[in-house]
Design a protein. Structure first.
Length: 708
């Protein structure tokens, strides 16, 4: 009982949820059920574990073997591999283990390095279905092999399975970190061996690809996984921590290069590059991951499409960076101008056109991001489109080469990159489907860190989506999918396009090596119309997306920085299911609200479970940000009884209603709002975006079934 309480305190210390599979925290009846399942008739795969032993440490060996013997699943074999010297030193222990359980065998090799004899251990063993490698001193959770076997029986077509990991201290009684992994992410595997442990491979496939390659030394498991990926094997994740790593590297994964193994890792990736005929050189990063440095001999024309309006400082900055600070040789700049009337901007356009630097095409309609981008694509001549916001700054001259190197790969549909705010804080490293409402940025506003519980943002990854602020798409993919959906007004068409590309069989790749600085929202503010959210919900429903496989069910949907969710917190998939229902309003569910009867109004809001809080606003920001204007609109309504009585349907009447007119005239005076003319424009823009839905969306818990 004391041990369970101690482990429970450790679980709480690292914020792990109830039921987290850490070491011995399991219900006895669950383990009993697993043991009974193991004995039942039916297909039960035999899993062979290879345990190379490099030291004469009895404690490490016995710890590992004990964890195997304690498995709730019984169909396993353990082969301990050691050289003659280690065998002589551990002879008594090894003999005792072999006699203790017939499933344990010892292979003594003539090679000084036991990892070189992995193939010998599995040769001519016809009783084995899957093979995995474990390390001395590490342990398996008691349900580890059951989880593997259970998944295989449910999905027998699976060729490779991998699990999450826990890093514990040497004593095995203190969790130092956890390592959660996405489901199969092909481009992530090119940065490091993220599959890690526990990982098992179907034995027949292992033999077909030539087994382990000892020449790669510490990197031979990575080499094997890359060769398996080349064969389009069925690779799947078990989102549970089944492997406990007892080492000093936490939180750095085992599958990364150390100074001693860096050459072996480079050799593995270099040989992969040769097999795939990729025009790239291989480099090792300081965090132990590897990268491809593209060496493009054929540089297709890239059309950089920039929607813009006025903003002379921004458009001058990005055009200068594209012309002067971008080394990629074959590019054109297409500016989609949305009714600019700033003389400085118009003069700049003429100067740049005369110099042959830019094309300018006019977009003379009410701003629609999708339509503006499609207009730019219609006049672009490139084989590759790069849709780019006008509020960007270039950080390194080879950034465009990096993105093109990925975009020309046949299976890649979209490429995105790391975007940071001017203060260095992260803005974008990818989009996750599920966090409310519907999708959110991962690592948003997080300081850079090399490693965390979900890996690193400084290596390649796959996501279901990247944002359109910097989104590269091959022309053939863009045309195949009919461009951006113009039913979206401002937001989410970029995410919808990525999801459609995924359904069509294309992957979206994030690379950190084309980093840009993003002054987000300086041009048009940050408001996302609720109509766009409802449109995205419809697309997600129609595509049958129920969860984001590149995310993890144990990560909190409420924290952009990867954090283990609490025991009572819904998962991202549960949030997604909830929001898909929430953003599917029918007219019958709309509830007209009369602001003049405030008590009834509060009761109506409470009946829908929506918190009614008074938002704070920044007076100077109202003149430049529609979101701040929306806060001001709601703030006044909730603070002023007489205003609610005077304008009972304040939002429903829209821009032409009495409340909007009062705010733009008398309200701005009473609240001493600076730059009244521009503030009035932002207030009117907020009302134009369906305030009965949109402003409520922002400040009444995103409930589209309420109509004020």
């Amino acid at each position: 009982m004391r041990q369970v309480k101690n482990l429970e305190r450790q679980r709480k210390k690292v914020n792990l949820p109830e039921g987290w599979p850490v070491h011995q925290i399991f219900l006895l009846d669950t383990l009993k059920h697993q043991r009974n399942w193991s004995k039942q008739e039916g297909y039960r795969p035999t899993i062979q574990l290879l345990l190379p032993v490099q030291s004469a440490s009895k404690a490490g060996l016995q710890t590992t073997v004990k964890s195997v013997l304690s498995q709730s699943y019984e169909h396993w074999q353990l082969c301990i591999i050691c050289n003659r010297e280690v065998h002589n030193q551990l002879s008594a222990v090894l003999t005792s283990l072999e006699h203790k359980d017939s499933r344990i065998s010892v292979l003594v090799t003539g090679d000084a390095e036991p990892f070189h004899s992995l193939n010998q251990a599995i040769k001519d063993n016809d009783d084995v279905d899957y093979v995995g490698v474990i390390r001395e001193g590490d342990t398996l959770s008691k349900e580890g092999l059951f989880q593997v076997a259970d998944h295989i029986t449910r999905a027998p077509e699976t060729d490779v399975l991998y699990t999450d990991e826990v890093h514990v201290n040497a004593a095995g009684n203190q969790v130092e970190s956890v390592l959660l992994k996405p489901d199969w992410s092909p481009e992530m595997l090119l940065g490091y061996n993220y599959l890690g442990s526990l990982s098992v491979v179907r034995k027949s496939i292992l033999s077909e690809v030539g087994g382990f390659q000892p020449k790669y030394k510490a990197a031979q498991e990575w080499d094997l996984n890359l060769r398996l990926a080349e064969r389009d094997c069925k690779i799947r994740r078990i989102p549970r921590c089944c492997y406990l790593r007892h080492n000093k590297m936490a939180p750095v994964p085992q599958g990364t290069a150390t100074p001693e193994s860096a050459e072996s890792y480079r050799n593995v990736l270099s040989d992969y590059v040769k097999r795939q005929n990729l025009p790239a050189k291989v480099e090792t990063n300081k965090n132990g991951t590897l990268r491809l440095r593209w060496q493009l001999s054929d540089c297709p024309l890239v059309s950089i499409i920039i929607p813009s309006k006025n903003s002379p400082k921004l458009i001058k900055q990005i055009v200068h960076d594209l012309v002067q600070n971008t080394s990629y040789p074959n590019k054109e700049i297409v500016i989609v101008d949305n009714q600019s009337d700033d003389p400085e901007v118009l003069r700049f356009y003429e100067q740049q056109r005369a110099m042959g630097n830019v094309k300018v095409t006019q977009f003379d309609e009410t701003f629609n991001y999708s339509a503006a981008c499609n207009k730019g694509a219609s006049v672009a001549e490139g084989q590759i489109y790069l849709f780019l916001n006008n509020d960007m700054e270039v950080c390194s001259s080879d950034w465009l080469d990096e993105m093109v190197g990925w975009a020309v790969q046949d299976d890649i549909g979209i490429v995105g990159t790391k975007l940071v705010y001017p203060n260095g804080i992260m803005q974008h490293c990818g989009v996750v489907i599920g966090p409310p409402p519907l999708a959110g940025l991962i690592y948003h506003k997080v300081p850079e860190a090399e490693w965390g519980i979900f890996g690193t943002l400084d290596s390649y990854r796959n996501y279901l989506s990247v944002i359109g602020a910097c989104q590269m798409i091959r022309r053939d993919v863009f045309e195949e999918l009919n461009g951006y959906d113009e039913e979206y007004l401002i937001a989410s068409s970029d995410t919808a396009f990525c999801l459609r590309a995924s359904k069509a069989g294309y992957r979206t790749v994030y690379t950190p090596f084309a980093e840009l600085i993003h002054h987000e929202g300086l041009t048009r503010g940050k408001t996302n119309p609720v109509q766009d959210i409802e449109r995205l919900a419809r697309d997600i429903r129609e595509m049958g997306i129920s969860e984001d496989s590149y995310h993890h069910p144990l990560l909190s949907p409420n924290h952009p920085e990867p954090t283990v969710r609490s025991a009572i917190e819904p998962s991202s998939a549960e949030f997604l299911h909830h929001d898909l229902n929430k953003y599917d309003p029918s007219e019958e569910s709309f509830l007209p609200l009369d602001w003049s009867d405030y008590a009834s109004f509060q009761a109506s809001i409470a009946a829908f479970g929506a918190p009614l809080s008074i938002p704070l606003y920044s007076p100077p920001m109202i003149s430049s940000d529609t979101t701040e204007a929306a806060k001001f609109i709601i703030h006044v309504l909730l603070r002023r009884d007489e205003i609610r009585a005077q304008f009972p349907f304040a939002l429903s009447e829209g821009k032409d209603g009495g409340y909007c007119k009062w705010l733009c005239e008398e309200g701005l005076k009473q609240y001493h709002i600076p730059k009244k003319a521009k503030a009035a424009e932002q207030i009117q823009e907020a009302f134009e975006q369906n305030p009965a839905a949109n402003i409520r969306q922002l400040y009444l818990s995103f409930r589209p079934d309420l109509r004020a």
